[in-house]
Design a binder for this molecule. Structure first.
Ligand code: ZN
Length: 305
C-alpha cells in the first residue's frame, strides 16, 4: 500500500474500523474457540440442567480426570491469567509471591494473597446425554472443566459415606451412572449442590457404540504437558509487569532472600500449605459456597465476553 493511501484510509477512519474488527476477532477466538469444551447453559435466573456421563481414561492414559491449578487476577499492569506451575509439581513464582504477602503480617497482605491464590480446575471427558438448552450436543463427546464441588460428588460416589450406599466408579461405561448436573444461583454465585447421580446403569447397551465413544475421547494429559505452562522465569516476568514496577522491585528482593535457601524456603512452604488450607474454612464461613466453580464461571464469562 502506498503511503498516500495509508493517509487516505486514516482520514476515512477505515483503519480504526479494521483494527476494531481484528480486536473483536481476537477476543472472541481466545478461550471460547475451543469447541471441544462443553459448558452448561444457564437461564437468566442462573438455573441450568443437563445430564452428562463422565467417561473413562482416554486410550493410553491412566486417569479419567486431570487437575490444573491456575491464577487469574488483575493488577495495575493488567490481568494475569496463567496456569500455575504447581500443577506440574514445579515452583510457581506467583504462589511464592503470595506466600510473601501472607507472611508480611498485615490483613491487607492476606487479602491480596487470597485474591491472587491458585484456583483448581478438573478436566474430564464427558458424553452429553441430555442438554435441553443445546440439544445438538446430545450424543457427543466433550471435554468438561469443573471445580472441587463436582469433584467431591465424584469421590463421594466412589467412597460413599454411609453403609447402605454402594460405591460406584462414576467414570465406568458399564457400572457407572449418569450425572444430573443442576446449577442454581446462590447469592450471586453458581452453585451445583443439587447435582446428583442417577441409578447405576450402562451408558449404552452396545459395546461397539461404547468403543466408538471411547475412541472419540480427547487427551487429558495435554492439559498438563509442559507447553501449557510458562517457565518459572516467564511467569515471574509476567507477574512483575502485572503488579507494576514497584512491586517488581519488592519481588526481586524476595527472590534474593529465597536464594539464601534453607529455613526461609521451609517457612515459605509451610505458609503455602497454610494458604491452601485456608480454603475450606473460608468456604464454611462465607455465604459463597463454591469458590472454584465460581472461578470456572468467571472464565466462562471471560470467554463469552
Ligand atoms: Zn502458582
Amino acid at each position: 500500500m502506498a503511503f498516500a493511501d495509508l493517509k487516505k484510509q486514516s482520514k476515512l477512519g477505515s483503519l480504526t474500523e479494521k483494527l476494531v474488527k481484528e480486536v473483536e476477532k481476537m477476543n472472541t477466538s481466545s478461550g471460547s474457540s475451543d469447541d471441544r469444551v462443553w459448558k452448561l447453559d444457564c437461564d437468566k435466573s442462573g438455573n441450568g440442567y443437563a445430564v452428562i456421563r463422565f467417561l473413562p481414561a482416554p486410550d493410553g492414559e491412566d486417569l479419567p480426570f486431570v487437575k490444573v491449578y491456575s491464577h487469574a487476577f488483575q493488577g495495575p499492569g493488567g490481568w494475569l491469567i496463567d496456569n500455575c506451575l504447581t500443577s506440574i509439581n514445579q515452583k510457581c513464582p506467583v504462589c511464592e509471591h503470595n506466600s510473601g504477602l501472607w507472611n508480611n503480617g498485615t490483613d491487607a497482605g492476606k487479602e491480596v494473597a487470597r485474591k491472587q491464590k491458585r484456583k483448581l480446575t478438573y478436566v474430564s471427558n464427558i458424553y452429553v446425554v441430555k442438554d435441553p438448552a443445546n440439544p445438538e450436543n446430545e450424543g457427543k463427546v466433550f471435554l468438561f472443566k469443573y471445580g472441587k464441588k463436582i469433584f467431591d460428588k465424584l469421590t463421594e460416589a466412589m467412597q460413599p459415606e454411609f453403609e447402605d450406599e454402594t460405591p460406584i466408579d462414576p467414570f465406568d461405561f458399564w457400572q457407572g451412572a449418569n450425572f444430573k448436573l443442576k446449577a442454581k444461583n446462590v447469592a450471586g454465585y453458581r452453585n451445583y449442590d443439587s447435582s446428583e447421580f442417577a441409578r447405576p446403569d450402562a451408558l449404552l447397551d452396545d459395546d461397539d457404540a461404547l468403543e466408538a465413544i471411547w475412541k472419540k475421547q480427547y487427551s487429558l494429559a495435554e492439559f498438563v504437558s509442559p507447553d501449557q505452562f510458562k517457565t518459572y522465569e516467564e511467569l515471574k516476568k509476567r507477574l512483575s509487569s502485572v503488579l507494576g514496577t514497584k512491586s517488581a522491585q519488592i519481588d526481586e528482593e524476595v527472590e534474593d532472600e529465597d536464594d539464601v535457601r534453607g529455613p526461609v524456603r521451609d517457612l515459605d512452604d509451610g505458609l503455602r500449605s497454610e494458604l491452601n488450607n485456608l480454603q475450606p474454612t473460608r468456604r464454611a464461613s462465607a455465604p459463597v459456597e463454591d469458590d472454584d466453580d465460581d472461578a470456572l464461571s468467571y472464565f466462562a464469562r471471560l470467554a463469552e465476553d
